[in-house]
Design a protein around this ligand. Sequence first.
Ligand code: AMP
Ligand code: GLY
Length: 421
Amino acid sequence: MNVLLIGSGGREHALAWKLAQSERLGKLYAAPGNPGMARHAELVKLDATDHRAVIDFCRQRDIGLVVIGPEAPLVAGLADDLREADIPVFGPGKAAAQLEGSKGFTKDLCTRAGIPTAGYVRANDAEEALAKLEPFGLPVVIKADGLAAGKGVVIALTHAESEEAVRGADGPLVIEEFLEGEEASLFALTDGTTVVPFGSAQDHKRVGDGDTGPNTGGMGAYSPARVLTPELERAALRDIIEPTVRAMAEAGTPFVGVLYAGLMLTRQGPKLIEYNARFGDPECQVLMPRFEGDLLELMLACAEGRLADLPAPRFSARTALTVVLAAKGYPGKPDTGAPIQGIDAAEAAGALVFQAGTRLVGDELVAAGGRVLAVTAEGPTVRWAQRAAYTAVDRISFAGGFCRRDIGWREVAREDQSGSR
Ligand code: AMP
Ligand code: GLY
């Protein structure tokens, strides 16, 4: 079967790497892809915002499944138009992608379905928000309602900060109670009805060591997130993810694809912080190496409503850890154009190097975006995987880049405490 994968980041490179291992795969196309993905896929210049062109391409190349990596084409309804044209697609339609695209939509659904989440109010503009801030106390969380690439959230510690955040917003807001606890991400695949857990991970959103500095799309991750114990995972599935999938189906807008729940593990149990309608980046780069099954078969079963017929997805017991190499300047304007060498040497050390913001100039690989590479390694413990990942990172020469040196620190500290190194 021929597959078209939409996207060009490290997440999509990891998906391409895994899809390429499927025995059922004929030809893999990636639009637009990146130089790393070219090892597994033919790169095609298709504009994903031109749905007609995507459909025409699928017909010409006999595409049996389209996998949509990033959120923007989901929110724009690419999956709806493909389904309308009878092309199987892994990824939710526009209405279901609102779980990511509108925080207010998700919060209202949580209220209706009794899903544990932070208390909140919605406000249409700054004036309404100011009037509604009072009962929340401090800290208080202020979020832009729409897609904001992780940058639309302010945790205000003072009244002055909360007022500033509200006044600085243009558009609808959600004001939320501040939740205390540790964060973990839980992934679930669904065909709209059946739900199967698909691994957990912990991201590192801040740019600097020790979780300092501004928020990014994610500077590193590891999987599994052991803080999300099997018991907590069951609770999150039962109380958060399953009722969400049910509510979407009942509304006539079933969610098909991967639902990524950002959870806060509070003293009262897991609470939903946010949903994403796609795999995380860089979480996908640690899930794929641990997943032991056939990704194509599983995604196709989601697209065709047959997930219940498949055995539950299995993951290796090992820990995978990924370190993101970013271009200097990220998460602000990145310095692009710096040469990258040593990927082969890093892979020879046993790591997987997934490419994101890279570009070939002649036959030289150079940085072309904020997050440039995700260097992933595995091991029996987090400490082990961490060492292996940084050993590989240190074989890469990328003078225009930087990375955090402490990915996995929470879990490493716990391992040190429990004596399992
Ligand atoms: P979001 O874009 O909703 O995932 O928020 C980004 C980050 O802000 C999350 O990963 C959390 O670290 C933090 N955050 C969001 N909402 C809350 C909340 N209600 N309480 C505490 N932290 C939050
Ligand atoms: N790493 C966070 C995200 O993909 O949203």
